[in-house]
Design a protein around this ligand. Structure first.
Ligand code: ZN
Length: 237
């Protein structure tokens, strides 16, 4: 039995490696997908900034047109000032000129503010554009790396699988069945565990001396009474 468990331990060591490689094989494309999503999000933000910028430019043009129209109106009114004869008509024209001028200074103020925020937006767009470019470059490099690693993992897994078959051929079918049944219920992929300081190294619970003796005897397959893993012990203990 001791030899069987020793071989089973070798099998488990291979299984642990296969498990880790398969996990990596699955994880890498997932990570890539997340980074691709992050890039798409970055592009959406950039598209929004560019749309805002366009709106601002349209709004600027509209305000310039209004300003120009009002300035022409002022010129027209100023021309009329020399034509009117009555005082009250003159005052009315003066009032209208003053109020249109006041409107214009508000519009000019708005245009200045708009130009400031357009400048800020342009800088924001430039930074975001650089972010998108950087992310694209990074992603292309990572894609190539992942592809290479996944190919490599596939080969490793295949080679370990062959090694596993050879080892498994030297273990009794019933023992392998017990081992595989245990592994299915354990997240850590450990079915064969050592006894150290009278404790199971799978669940760290204390093991009765009698059970330890049975493990040392090596006649039967002994399972931990707490976690049901297969127990073995280093002969020194
Ligand atoms: Zn245990």
């Amino acid at each position: 039995m001791k030899d069987q468990i020793k071989t089973l331990k070798q099998l488990q060591d291979i299984d642990v490696r296969i498990f880790a490689f398969k996990d990596e094989e699955q994880r890498l494309p997932e990570e890539l997908k997340q980074e691709l999503q992050a890039l798409e999000d970055c592009k959406s933000v950039l598209a929004q900034i560019e749309a805002d910028l366009k709106d601002m430019q349209v709004s600027h043009k509209e305000k310039e047109v209004v300003l120009l129209t009002k300035e022409e109106h002022i010129k027209k009114l100023q021309g009329q000032l020399y034509q009117v004869k009555k005082n009250d008509e003159y005052r009315a024209l003066e009032n209208e000129i003053a109020s249109t001028k006041a409107d214009n200074s508000i519009i000019e103020e708005e245009i200045l503010k708009l130009l400031d925020s357009t400048d800020e937006k342009k800088q924001e767009a430039q930074l975001k554009r650089q972010d998108v470019l950087d992310a694209e470059t990074e992603l292309t490099a990572k894609e190539a790396k992942v592809k290479e690693r996944v190919t490599q993992l596939g080969l490793e897994i295949e080679s370990l699988g062959q090694e596993r078959s050879k080892i498994a051929a030297n273990i009794n079918k019933e023992i392998i069945d017990v081992y595989e049944r245990i592994i299915q219920s354990k997240k850590d992929q450990l079915a064969v565990v050592r006894i150290k300081d009278s404790a199971c190294q799978g669940c760290f619970m204390h093991i009765r001396p009698q059970l330890i003796n049975e493990v040392k005897l090596g006649k039967d397959l002994i399972l931990c009474e707490s976690c049901a893993r297969i127990l073995y012990i280093d002969e020194k203990q």
